[in-house]
Write a protein that binds this ligand. Structure first.
Ligand SMILES: [Zn+2]
Ligand SMILES: [Zn+2]
Length: 281
């Protein structure tokens, strides 16, 4: 069973191609399922299109869903098209987001912590000129946000759970017990963490040599070390390329499957109408 649950397209303002381009690419690459999961609009904003280069307009959201559902029908029997969304997680707005998502027939919702108290997780400045204990405090706050997103019950998949290493690769080596707490918390649910293969893109663009100095030598989120611990806590896993261009659909799917089997995982988790389904890796 080959699938990819994390894809974007031009609606968000920073990805290439239409939804159907991703579906065609997925068909060519022999996928059984392609999940469409563009970035959620910033629903809490007053204006319709608060962040044009980050996410679609609020008014575009129903059209997005309608388009995915139309394509689901059109391709039925050839490839399964799953309706998803990569949702930002803002603790202060979670009830608003919950009420909006309840109006649509999602197969799954990816919950991604993209910012903490308005500072982006990909912001490299936050790590500069602070002590290691201050860095650990940031990591712990990030993990706390992830646990809050788990407990909200809004999401089926946790997006790129160590995204903070993108521009600060030493993140992986910051020791904290909170990672155990977080994995245990996830393991008690039917949610899945995604193995997200887009880290390699970030590595390519930014200081490849710096990334090589650290123990985490994979091209994916999360690190192998986190995956080994996730297995121990019974955490489910799923796959997402986080493609922002059709050419990356299912990128590294085979390599990830192999790595997961080597670590000891035997099942992927897929979702239909938010119900988890276990399939062989
Ligand atoms: Zn994006
Ligand atoms: Zn994301």
């Amino acid at each position: 069973m080959k699938f990819d649950y994390h894809t974007h397209h031009k609606r968000c303002g920073h990805a290439l191609g239409a939804i159907e381009d991703y579906i065609r690419e997925a068909l060519q690459r022999g996928l059984h399922t392609i999940g469409i999961s563009d970035h959620s609009p910033f629903f809490a904003a007053e204006e319709d299109h608060a962040n044009p280069r980050i996410a679609m307009a609020k008014s575009e959201f129903p059209r997005y869903v309608a388009e995915v559902l139309r394509l689901k029908e059109k391709y039925a029997g050839r490839i399964e098209v799953a309706l998803g969304v990569e949702s930002d997680f803002y603790p202060e707005h979670i009830e608003l987001y919950r009420s909006i998502y309840a109006q649509y027939p999602f197969d799954y919702i990816i919950g991604s912590v993209h910012s903490i108290e308005r500072v982006g997780v990909f912001n490299r400045e936050r790590w500069l000129g602070i002590t290691e204990s201050a860095q650990i405090a940031i990591k712990e706050q990030y993990l706390d946000y992830i646990r809050q997103s788990v407990r909200s019950g809004v999401f089926q998949i946790i997006g790129h759970m160590d995204a903070m290493k993108s521009y600060f690769p030493a993140y992986t080596e910051l020791e904290t017990i909170e990672i155990e707490k977080t994995l245990q918390c996830i393991g008690e649910t039917t949610m899945a963490i995604e193995i997200n293969t887009s880290y390699k893109e970030k590595k390519k663009k930014w200081h490849p040599d710096l990334h090589e100095r650290y123990a985490d030598d994979t091209n994916w989120y999360p690190s192998d070390d986190t995956l080994e611990r996730a297995l121990f806590y019974g955490v489910n896993v799923t796959f997402g390329s986080d493609s922002h261009e059709p050419d990356r659909v299912a990128d590294d799917f085979e390599q990830v499957s192999e790595r997961l089997r080597a670590i000891g995982f035997r099942k992927w988790t897929m979702f239909r109408a938010k119900k988890p389904i276990q399939v062989d890796i």
